[in-house]
Design a binder for this molecule. Structure first.
Ligand code: SAH
Ligand code: SF4
Ligand code: F3S
Length: 446
């Protein structure tokens, strides 16, 4: 049996795509290996979101090429967002044998087959319809508890700094009945949590094709999809990512309120606290709108966890813009945040229109100020949990010791507690007795 080795970079959607790739290649007779030395096919499923994401992959390509020098029969492929962005530039000088964009994975077996020393293969066509909805991903998680399900692909927003619309193409929503079927299957095989994935889940919208019998012209939006998945079983927890501040509807919040198995956590990227920056970023909301949505979330779901993404040092960002971001972080008090320095991406609107003019040392200083503030705010939120109880889904032993288990509360906070009885996939009730800045120290509730 031939063997495939795959490395994955970037977002959760890319992880799920690697699972789709493994499934497609398994049908073509490839077994998975975790050792490069054993592999007949080495793939990197890549990310272009920031320059350093691409730099890491270039470093790995050098390592793959050493393998190829030792074993010339090995096929090296770059797939995913970097493949889509750089296209045949990746074939210059025969750096790799195969380049496949995010919508070309069904063709991978044929492409791998066709590779020869003088015939590298490339397919970077984007599709308006591909959702891989009939493919059962080969799960790569290690605990068999939590699975990713992509509900849509692509992105129709045009945030000026972002490469995703170029690497992933137009937005398309997947047939909800295939989503529910996939969630039912993972539940039946022991999983207890699914995370529904899309760049902007709030714009999920599927309309049945005209020839669909009794489902004719039926429309399913994200709130309706959440309810369909929530009905599978009260024992199946549902998470989702990512929510877009101008699109999240009250209906979604009501669906969360009315279905206890939809976890009370919203990943809610703000990007900046300054209206001038938000406009230039082409985010479709203002600071005031964002804060109103946060207030609405907390009104309808008082114990909802909130996390965010932010970019420091976007084009033209003044000290005042930066202070606006800090004050928003202070006001909202996120539980956690992914915090980045702006990285100009070739081809984006910002790279054409807005100079990358904040000096690197200023970007770094601002980013560090955001990180420092967020660490304090997050720690406060964690400390506030002391005394509360949470229903936690057991993921496995804690990082530190086998006599402790870990798992996430509904609000996404990581919990650890002494326990030699329960196993991954169990639900346990814990009481918070102490907190570090990013972990709740718990005991089993009485
Ligand atoms: N669709 C999601 C974001 C996906 S990309 C959303 O709209 O929220 C994940 C995060 O990477 C973004 O939220 C943003 O904070 C960051 N990011 C995207 N492009 C970037 C760039 N050019 N430089 C730095 N950070 C960037
Ligand atoms: Fe990028 Fe904006 Fe789409 Fe998110 S919503 S993937 S930031 S273009
Ligand atoms: Fe990266 Fe592509 Fe995801 S650019 S963040 S892997 S959609």
């Amino acid at each position: 049996m031939k063997k495939i080795y795959i490395e994955t970079y970037g977002c959760q959607m890319n992880v799920n795509d690697s699972e789709v790739i493994l499934s497609i290649m398994e049908k073509a007779g490839y077994g998975r290996t975790e050792s490069i030395e054993e592999a007949d096919l080495i793939l990197a499923n890549t990310c272009s979101i920031r320059e350093n994401a691409e730099q890491r992959v270039w470093g790995r390509i050098d390592v793959f090429r050493l393998q190829k020098r030792k074993r010339p029969g090995v096929v090296i492929g770059i797939v995913g967002c970097m493949a889509e962005r750089l296209k045949d530039k990746l074939l210059d000088g025969r750096i790799v044998d195969l380049v496949a964009g995010p919508d070309s994975y069904r063709r991978l077996p044929a492409m791998v087959e066709a590779v020869s020393p003088d015939a590298p293969q490339i397919d970077v066509l984007l599709s308006r319809t591909e959702t891989y909805d009939d493919i059962v991903p080969v799960r790569m998680d290690r605990n068999g508890v939590s699975a990713y399900i992509s509900i849509m692909r692509g992105c129709n927003n045009c945030c000026s700094y972002c490469v995703v619309p170029y690497t992933r193409g137009v937005e398309r929503s997947r047939d909800p009945y295939t989503i529910v079927r996939e969630a039912e299957e993972v539940f039946a095989s022991g999983y207890r949590e699914v995370t529904l994935l899309g760049q902007n889940v709030d714009s999920y919208r599927w309309t049945a094709p005209a020839d669909c019998g009794d489902r004719n012209a039926e429309t399913v939006d994200f709130a309706a999809l959440l309810k369909m998945v929530a009905r599978i079983s009260p024992e199946l927890r549902i998470r989702f990512s990512t929510s877009y501040p101008s699109d999240i509807s009250d209906d979604v919040l009501f669906a969360m309120r009315d279905n206890p198995n939809i976890c009370r956590h919203i990943h809610f990227p703000v990007q900046s606290g300054s209206d001038a920056m938000l406009e230039k970023m082409r985010r479709k909301y203002t600071r005031a709108w964002y804060l109103e949505r946060v207030a609405r979330i907390r009104e309808i779901l008082p114990d909802c966890g909130l996390t965010t993404d932010v970019i420091a040092g976007f084009s033209g960002e003044t000290e005042q813009d930066h202070l606006d971001t800090l004050s928003l972080f202070e006001q909202v008090r996120f539980d956690a945040a992914f915090m980045f320095q702006y990285s100009e991406r070739p081809g984006t609107l910002a790279s054409r229109k807005y100079p990358d003019d904040v000096p690197p040392e200023v970007k770094t200083r601002r980013l560090n100020e955001i990180i420092e503030l967020q660490n304090r705010m997050g720690a406060l939120n964690y400390r506030e949990q002391i005394g509360r109880t949470h229903r936690v889904l057991v993921e496995g032993p804690s990082k530190k010791t086998d006599s402790e288990l870990c798992g996430r509360a509904g609000n996404y906070m990581m919990c650890v507690w002494p326990d030699r009885v329960h196993k991954p996939g169990d639900y346990v009730d814990v009481t918070v007795v102490d907190a570090t800045p990013a972990t709740l120290i718990c005991r089993l509730s009485d």
